[in-house]
Design a protein around this ligand. Structure first.
Ligand code: ATP
Ligand code: LTN
Length: 334
């Protein structure tokens, strides 16, 4: 019997700072679980980062560090293709074409654009607005079947589907129509200082736990996490802080809500927070040791990125050539 086609996965994280436990639990950890059974392309979405002003030296360093975090989290470059988006020009090239198949009305609906333009009111640039089109290009170039992301990115994957369907409808079957893949509790980790907001790597302060935070910092941030006055460890509507800590604890330990509620029955928030802190710090400790090991071997990281870009380019250029042909660009070499 013919061997079944391995499904294709593509995802990315912006190397715009140190990754957070939101990035890890909402995205990266799921990526590692998929690497044996899927054909995986994982990128550092550096083109996306300049929608918000970056310090060049820091961006360069963050790219290397994020690549090291990917590997430290368990991604195996022998199994997956790990690459930097800016090293594969087809992303920018396809994005331009897709811009012309995306409606202003669709982009106006994107909630991330609204959030980010409110946060960066002094720099509402065109890139911030067309960002979801570049993301659609990222996904469609690899003919991805699924895109493992946190909840905040589902709207962008839906747009990629709409663009793919539109293009396929105008011409003929060109792009595979992708699906977003999220996990339950960890799909939206909230800020510890304001649990109505998503934890985000560009928010500094005590609301965000970074994967490279040392244990004492993790314990302190969780101890200071905003909760309520109810005092009982139990999930309930409106208890945003406790619900969030339960999500984190459950994602890290694998325990269900029922198990957590039994474990902390009659105990206060202080004891619960300590347990959450210890569990998170233990998890991060392992990642941090591996991170240091990779950072000490820059030559290896560079090699992974060079080989990754070569493999990614091969696949991406095939799709791009198909698109150029379909829209009618004349190429005397063909
Ligand atoms: P920035 O603050 O720079 O906008 P971010 O922390 O929001 O960054 P992204 O690079 O936008 O992170 O996201 C990378 C991946 O991590 C995406 O799949 C996104 O859905 C996921 N993710 C980000 N924040 C969270 C969160 N708080 N909970 C769960 N998943 C998250
Ligand atoms: N927009 C994403 C990062 C990203 C991405 C992608 C995720 C860029 N391109 C393609 C999945 C697939 C974000 O997390 N902010």
């Amino acid at each position: 019997m013919e061997e079944a086609r391995k499904k294709v996965v593509l995802s990315g994280i912006q190397p715009s700072g140190t990754l957070t436990i939101g990035n890890y639990l909402g995205a990266l950890r799921n990526w590692t679980k998929m690497q044996d059974d899927f054909l995986c392309y994982y990128m550092l979405a550096d083109l996306h980062t300049i929608t918000v002003r970056q310090v060049p030296a820091e961006l360069r360093q963050n790219c290397l560090k994020t690549a090291a975090v990917y590997l430290a989290a368990g991604l195996d470059p022998e199994k997956i293709t790990l690459f930097l988006q800016s090293m594969v020009p087809a992303h920018s090239q396809l994005a331009w074409v897709l811009d012309c198949y995306t409606m202003m009305g669709e982009l106006n609906r994107m909630t991330q654009f609204k959030d980010k333009s409110a946060r960066h009111a002094d720099n509402i640039n065109g890139g911030l607005y067309t960002y979801p089109v570049l993301m659609a290009a990222d996904i469609l170039l690899y003919q991805a079947d699924c895109v493992p992301v946190g909840k905040d990115q589902i709207q962008h994957v839906e747009l990629a589907r709409d663009i793919a369907n539109r293009f396929n409808g105008v011409y003929s079957e060109t792009f595979r129509v992708p699906e977003a893949l999220t996990t339950q509790n960890s799909a939206s980790i909230r800020s510890l200082s304001d649990p109505t907001k998503k934890m985000s790597k560009s928010e500094s302060g005590d609301g965000t736990i970074f994967v490279l935070d040392p244990k004492d910092v993790v314990l302190r941030k969780i101890r200071k996490a905003v909760t309520d006055s109810d005092g009982e460890v139990r999930r309930a509507e409106g208890k945003h802080g406790i619900n969030n800590l339960m999500n984190i604890y459950s994602a890290v330990t694998g325990k269900t809500d029922g198990e957590i509620e039994r474990e902390f029955a009659g105990k206060g928030y202080g004891e619960f927070k300590l347990a959450v802190g210890e569990a998170v710090a233990d998890l991060l400790g392992g990642i941090q040791r591996e991170f240091e090991r990779y950072m000490a071997d820059k030559a290896f990281l560079n090699q992974v990125l060079i080989e990754g870009a070569e493999r990614a380019s091969y696949v991406a250029n095939k799709t791009l050539a198909k698109v150029y042909r379909k829209v009618g660009f004349y190429d005397p070499r063909r």
